[in-house]
Design a protein around this ligand. Structure first.
Ligand code: PMP
Length: 410
């Protein structure tokens, strides 16, 4: 008697099947029809989502090819024990590649956690604040959220500077920051995903007369440019913009900051516990680490004008952002309000001067395969997120569409 495909109910009257068929390691042909898993990056739309965001087609393609059977193991990565040799090899390669790509010095630990950027807003003060004073520089929604959350855990979440009066269109100059004496750390968000404001250089706290470690939320521009680790105590970010899928949170922390968690800190979120257990105190986000690992290998393969890796991506990101801002700045139809010295290379909020055309603009964009351009609800207008996975051709296609829309509607 022929067997129904696995997962389908048996034909009426058929005897239940047991035995060898359940021991098959390879999917039977019925389960894996001859389907073309090739992802043709040329045919994919351009996805401008702020996150979860576009992932390089090559990464998706490789993950698809390895979905049922990773490297002959007979298992999908999602089915592997995090303590087995297969997954440990994935984890170790990912960590080593990231350390190389971001030039993370040996005295920093790389932690792969869960919870996302918002959980870090609590986890960082639980680990680093010693319940004392913490300084915040407010440059947009995300740093505002960080300060608000920290108030639950610290004696004083002090606002050292804020760009709120200017509606977060400019960064408060570091020389103007009112830093507290004896603060446990200073928190910044180095790229504000909603307001499109980016630090082009990390502040040098020592030069500002401050000994506190700098904590950086680099969620939305990690791996888009090099990091000056000499200025950083801890950096954290969700993976879902530049590194892979949602569910993985990256923390890179200087060793001397470990071991000072408040008693109320959950063990699974105590950085020292996580570091001592190579991110495996509890089950880490294995799928996220795997896709991030594939993304790190993709980054390593990138070249641009003699540069490789993150440096190549940075050059490409500068070219992409320049192309977009130059077009918007010469247009009287569109506007970007962020000060030139802190415009984000990753997230570009822009507005049609005549906002009554917003819906038509978005509908026309979708028709062209230019997806997810609607601005964040708190800011309105449009937002183009052009992370590492966005090729220059995607920004060219967007600018081309904007030019045509302007000509038709001006
Ligand atoms: N920080 C920044 C800069 C972000 O862009 C985001 C998410 N867009 C977060 C924090 C929050 O991340 P999550 O949703 O993963 O908690």
């Amino acid at each position: 008697m022929t067997q129904p495909p696995l997962g389908l109910p048996p034909a009426p009257g058929a005897q239940p099947q047991r035995g060898p068929r359940f021991l098959q390691l390879q999917a039977p042909p019925e389960l894996a029809p001859a389907r073309d898993l090739t992802v043709n990056s040329m045919n994919r739309p351009y996805n401008f989502s702020a996150g979860p965001a576009a992932i390089p087609a090559e990464v998706l393609q490789q993950a698809a090819a390895e979905m049922l059977d990773w490297h002959g193991s007979g298992m999908s990565v999602m089915e592997m024990s995090h303590r087995g040799k297969e997954f440990i090899s994935i984890y170790e390669q990912a960590e080593a590649d990231l350390r190389e790509l971001l030039a993370v010095p040996p005295e920093f630990k790389i932690l792969f956690m869960q919870g996302g950027g918002l959980a870090e807003n609590a986890i960082v003060p639980l680990n680093l604040s010693r319940a004392g004073t913490v300084d915040f520089v407010l440059s947009g929604s995300w740093s505002q959220k960080s300060a608000k959350e920290a108030r639950k855990y610290v004696a004083d979440a002090h606002i050292a500077a804020s760009g709120e009066d200017g509606k977060f269109t400019a960064l408060p100059a570091p020389e103007s920051w009112q830093l507290s004496r004896g603060a446990s750390y200073v928190h910044i968000c180095s790229n504000e995903t909603i307001h499109g404001v980016e630090f082009q250089e990390l502040p040098d706290l020592k030069a500002l007369g401050c000994d506190a470690p700098l904590v950086v939320d680099f969620s939305s521009h990690v791996a888009s440019r090099p990091v000056d680790w000499s200025r950083v105590g801890l950096a954290f970010g969700g993976a879902q913009k530049n590194l892979g899928p949602a569910g993985l949170t990256l923390v890179i922390v200087r060793e001397d900051l470990l071991g000072h968690a408040l008693p109320a800190c959950p063990s699974a979120f105590d950085y020292k516990t996580v570091a001592d257990n190579q991110s495996m105190y509890n089950t880490p986000p294995t799928w996220g680490i795997y896709i991030a690992g594939l993304t790190f290998q993709w980054i390593k393969r990138q070249t641009e004008g003699g540069l490789t890796g993150v440096a190549a991506l940075e050059a490409r990101n500068i070219a992409k952002a320049d192309l977009f801002y130059q077009y918007v700045d010469q247009s009287s139809f569109y506007v970007n309000k962020v000060a030139a010295n802190c415009r984000s290379r990753m997230n570009i909020p822009f507005f049609l001067r005549d906002e009554s055309r917003n819906d038509a603009f978005l509908a026309g964009a979708r028709e062209r395969g230019l997806l997810q351009l609607k601005g964040h609800k708190s800011v309105g207008g449009m937002r183009a997120s052009i992370y590492n996975a966005m090729p220059i051709a995607g920004v060219q296609a967007l600018v081309e569409y904007m030019r045509e829309f302007e000509q038709r509607n001006a």
